[in-house]
Ligand binder design. Structure first.
Ligand SMILES: [Zn+2]
Length: 453
């Protein structure tokens, strides 16, 4: 979501409170106030609106193949807003808070991504339901998203039971990741032939869930300030996870800062998604650094030093000290650069996902989609950055791809008479000496015409 829209929502939206990261992280124990796009006069008790509804089901079993929405069983009454129409009055230890926070998280993630897409994201289950059913607290040590619903239980205790201190519905990352899957089902769809579900399709799905969550969490002031204060803007050198402190406990942040290449991972979709997410996150960090350089906040030399990849011989503490010196007194400038890079990433992904076909999808197709999206947004300013980040992750054409096969001019049927070839030489002259040489070679090698018998 653009910074401008976020500011506008503060005057027209409805207030909620959310935990930006899991509550057990000591730096994030205070919820942050957010504004969702539905105004107080339109929001319904539940909370509910025209796209989603919270149903606080009681004694509900998880949905299954035989038990699907809509839910018609026992439930608690819908949560009411305060007298001014907002929902930020609820006790954070109450069941009502869990209901409200689940609604606000899903709505906020949708608001953020609909802004990047530039239009409403229609549900992939719209043929059957108009609204997404949100069930916040069922007696289950698990959570699931399915056709028309999200239903959440609690974390699993060490003994395998229910850990009531960790309701999934309060975990922003988990909810945002699941909404990411819904966005991809809506924008990309599924392969026409289910037998053809290439392993890159589900790797892309998991990566998209993570990226939707990462971009969404970068909309929390507490998260941005925490990352910048801890790292001083040095997000690229080895062990940056150490530098984001407690945030390194977050699954999504761990995945963003990873050094996995394709040769390090197997076929399991979560595993396979990691280099793709890492490559795309690298593009974001490079764009952030370019913005810092463009705004005179760090030097090009420092940017080059910090992004020369892991396992290099850089003096890491020297790099960190130089970032710390640059950050001091320029905190607002660093934050602006991070928000700029975040919004570039959001737009880049929205355009890429809007134009991907689910059929025969490979990471190479995604790479090309990102390059095309960048040309659309910036006129190609980051083409080399995208290529380099993906090359480092070993994301390239699959071996044996038809795109790798060379085509000789003879195979192209360009072996007509010498006049035709001469004409081609004339047309290609000055442009591609290799083609000209190939054509001349054909002329030299051309066998004499067989005489008609
Ligand atoms: Zn997932």
């Amino acid at each position: 979501m653009s910074v401008k829209l976020d500011v506008r929502l503060e005057s027209v939206g409805t207030r909620f409170r959310l935990f930006p990261q899991p509550r057990f992280l000591s730096a994030f124990q205070t919820p942050e106030t957010v504004y969702i796009s539905v105004p107080p006069e339109e929001i319904k008790p539940g909370p509910a609106d025209n796209r989603m509804i919270v149903i606080d089901a009681i004694n509900k079993l998880p949905y299954s193949r035989f038990f699907r929405p809509p839910y018609i069983g026992a439930k608690n009454p819908p949560v009411q807003p305060s007298s001014d129409g907002h929902f930020d009055h609820l006790d954070i230890e109450s069941r009502e808070f869990s209901c409200a926070t689940m609604y606000a998280t899903v709505r906020r993630v949708l608001d953020i991504w609909e802004d990047y897409f530039g239009h409403q994201i229609e549900w992939h289950f719209e043929a059957d339901f108009s609204r997404l059913e949100l069930i916040p607290l069922i007696e289950w040590n698990n959570a699931q998203s399915g056709y028309g619903f999200l239903e959440f239980g609690y974390g699993r205790s060490i003994t395998g039971g229910i850990d009531r201190t960790r309701p999934y519905c309060q975990n922003f990352d988990v909810l945002a990741h699941e909404i990411g899957h819904s966005i991809i089902f809506s924008k990309i769809g599924v392969p026409e032939n289910s037998q053809e579900e290439h392993l890159d399709f589900w790797g892309m799905h998991e990566s998209a869930g993570d990226l939707v969550a990462i971009v969404a969490s970068l909309h929390f002031d507490t998260v941005i300030t925490y990352i910048l204060n801890k790292s001083c803007g040095n997000l690229f050198t080895v062990n940056e996870l150490d530098r984001v402190g407690e945030l390194s406990e977050s699954r999504e942040i761990r995945i963003a800062f990873n050094y996995k290449r394709m040769s390090d991972v197997g076929a399991e979709p979560h595993d396979r998604s990691v280099p793709l997410t890492g490559g795309i996150f690298d593009v974001f960090v490079e764009v952030f650094q370019k913005e810092l350089v463009n705004n005179g906040l760090i030097t090009q030399a420092l940017a080059d030093l910090s992004n020369s990849g892991p396992n290099q011989s850089q003096d890491l503490s020297d790099i960190q000290n130089r970032f710390a010196a640059a950050y001091k007194g320029n905190e607002a400038g660093f934050k602006d650069a991070l928000l700029f890079a975040r919004d570039y990433l959001g737009q880049l992904l929205a355009i890429t996902w809007s134009n991907l076909s689910p059929n025969h999808l490979t990471y190479h197709t995604i790479l090309r989609g990102l390059l095309r999206a960048d040309r659309q947004i910036t006129n190609g300013e980051h083409q080399d950055t995208i290529r380099t980040c993906f090359a480092w992750r070993e994301i390239s054409l699959i071996p044996g791809s038809l795109l790798l096969r060379p085509h000789t001019v003879q195979e192209c049927g360009l072996t007509a008479g010498p006049d035709f070839v001469d004409g081609l030489i004339e047309r290609l002259n000055q442009k591609d000496p290799k083609v000209i040489e190939a054509l001349q070679q054909i002329l030299r090698d051309k066998p004499a015409k067989k005489k008609k018998s």
